[in-house]
Design a protein around this ligand. Structure first.
Ligand code: ADP
Ligand code: MG
Length: 333
């Protein structure tokens, strides 16, 4: 591939001027950005890193002056707000610069754990039954809901707002948890049927021609058979807690061939229906032969040791190939 001029765009929780970046590349917070930057350089590209916090003008200025071939988009927020993630891609569309990964429509849609389910349900993808509870309106009753239920913020990520109390056994507990999400997090809530099954993550690469990588699975080795199992905020971010409960992602236990095919097909269908481009990860729960959609993650984190890159690698797409492919997909989109 010919050498390209690439802006590596990421978000910053505080303002840092580009001339001061050198002090940050070796910090844990910038690890993935550094891996991507070094890989792009190794592939022969010219890389201009740019961290965005709250000011759009300098970014637009760099795009105008440098005329990059593309933006490698690692941004997930603007002004510290994840809600604005899609807007940055809208802006790139307006100024006519190609970018890696998903576009604004898909980023916006996938943030909504209710709307995605309405669309997928219409297309016969299995989803948990659910009720959306918007924050302006108290939820007063949940008649005929199939308990136990699982309650989470409608559009937050990384298990924010998910704890042991997200699992509720009856209407009373559900109403209290919804109230907590509304008042403490200021977020809308979704009440979902709790799917008691295996938790599987499927990584996909492509725009039209899709490559489905070997699935990863979340294991809970220290939990009793009959205990409800799910990923909380703590289980995602607290290493000691993960160790204590034996919570870890690893290669999914093998599925019989017809089931593996069904899993690949349903994940491709979801990816297409939600308009994901470039690369994405689908989170599912599997109960018996039923595959339930939980959520879709366009532009998933691509740390070398994380699920996406590990799955790609197992399928023979090493980290360098992966970054190269994400770049070329953005130019053919
Ligand atoms: N309907 C559900 N049934 C069972 N577990 C669920 C359900 N929804 C979410 N979970 C659990 O909560 C975790 C986080 O939910 P998810 O929708 O993936 O949000 P996030 O964007 O925070 O990753 C999942 O990984 C899963 O363990
Ligand atoms: Mg998830």
């Amino acid at each position: 591939m010919k050498s390209l001029k690439i802006i590596l765009l990421f978000d910053l929780s505080i303002k840092i001027a580009p001339e001061d970046y050198s002090g940050y590349w070796n910090t844990p917070d910038w690890k993935i950005e550094k891996d991507v930057k070094n890989t792009l350089i190794k592939l022969g590209h010219e890389v201009i890193p740019y961290g965005i916090h709250d000011d759009i003008d300098p970014f637009l200025k760099i795009v105008k002056e440098q005329k990059p071939d593309l933006v490698f988009n690692m941004s997930e927020a603007f002004l510290g707000k994840r809600d604005f993630e899609p807007n940055l891609t809208s802006l790139m569309q307006l100024v006519g610069v190609p970018f890696t990964g998903a576009g604004p429509m898909s980023l916006q849609l996938c943030k909504d754990k209710g709307l995605t389910k309405v669309i997928l349900d219409y297309h016969q993808v299995k989803i948990p039954k659910f009720v959306v509870a918007k924050k302006g309106r108290a939820l007063n009753s949940l008649k005929n809901f199939p308990f136990p239920a699982f309650i989470k913020p409608l559009d937050l990520e990384s298990s924010e707002g998910i704890s042991q109390s997200s699992f509720v056994k009856n209407e009373k507990e559900a109403i209290a948890r919804v109230k907590f999400i509304h008042s403490s997090l200021g977020a809308d809530a979704i009440v979902e049927e709790f799917i008691d099954g295996r938790e599987v993550y499927v990584s996909i690469l492509g725009n039209e021609n899709l490559k489905v990588f070997p699935p990863r699975e979340l294991f809970f080795k220290q939990k009793a058979e009959d205990e409800p199992k799910f990923a909380t905020y703590k289980s995602k971010w607290d290493q000691a807690y993960r160790k204590k409960w034996g919570i870890d992602t690893a290669w999914a236990n093998e599925f019989p061939e017809p089931m593996q095919k069904k899993l690949n097909d349903v994940c491709k269908k979801i990816y297409r229906l939600l308009g994901i481009q470039g690369f994405g990860r689908i989170d599912l729960r599997i109960k018996g032969d039923d595959i339930y959609f939980i959520e879709a993650n366009p532009n998933p984190s691509i740390g070398k040791k994380e699920d996406y890159a590990l799955s790609a690698n197992k399928a023979g797409v090493d980290y360098e190939d992966l970054i190269a492919k994400i770049v070329s997909l953005s130019l053919s989109a």
